[in-house]
Design a protein around this ligand. Sequence first.
Ligand SMILES: [Mg+2]
Length: 236
Amino acid sequence: MIRAIIFDLDNTLVDFMRLKYESISAAARGMIDAGLDRDPESIIQGLYDIYDAEGMEYKGVFDSFLNAVEGNIDPRILACGIVEYRRARTANLVLYPHVKHTLMTLIRKGYRLAILTDAPRLKAWIRLANLNLQHYFDPVITHDDTGYHKPHSAPFQRMLQELGLSAEEVMMVGDWPERDIEGARKLGLHTALAAYGSTMDTANHRADHELPDLRSLLEILETLNEGLHPASSAAE
Ligand SMILES: [Mg+2]
């Protein structure tokens, strides 16, 4: 009997890649408008190159970029890039199709929902708050809460402990085969790959289920639980 669903956040619930692209495109326009004499495509590529090297949450991306291509940081250009980036980031933070409907349905059916993300704690909570999802998940476990990234077993163990459930009562849903799926498999959780959000090579993923759309999770759970209510006889 599955009683709880753990979701990864970025590229599983939130369309993070689109968010990133729209935000840095806006930043490029902002910097050009402020006087940076470069074409937008080369700026966007330059920013992506820095993210590839430093990680997608790297805060100093605009400083590094300007230093690398201009040899100095013009504060007017830097400020305009940051302002446009932030504006676009809030405007383009969107959920994949059917996410809200699926989450609401799961809650109605009695499932507990949780978030397990490698994002920094405050960034994860700001994304949830922006989407009005701050009350849907308990617990929300971020990288700062254990100091380990998936697929290390520490975050998964912490999650099971906080849920008070055993591995076979929990399903992990995530887009990253090596991190979300393998990490959960090691401890014996059920696994579903968010194929709609994955930017990884998923050809050889070992998830129990593959989701072309998040709502297909509902049918899978219905089958696994054979119509039983997930909140029933929770004491057993
Ligand atoms: Mg992810």
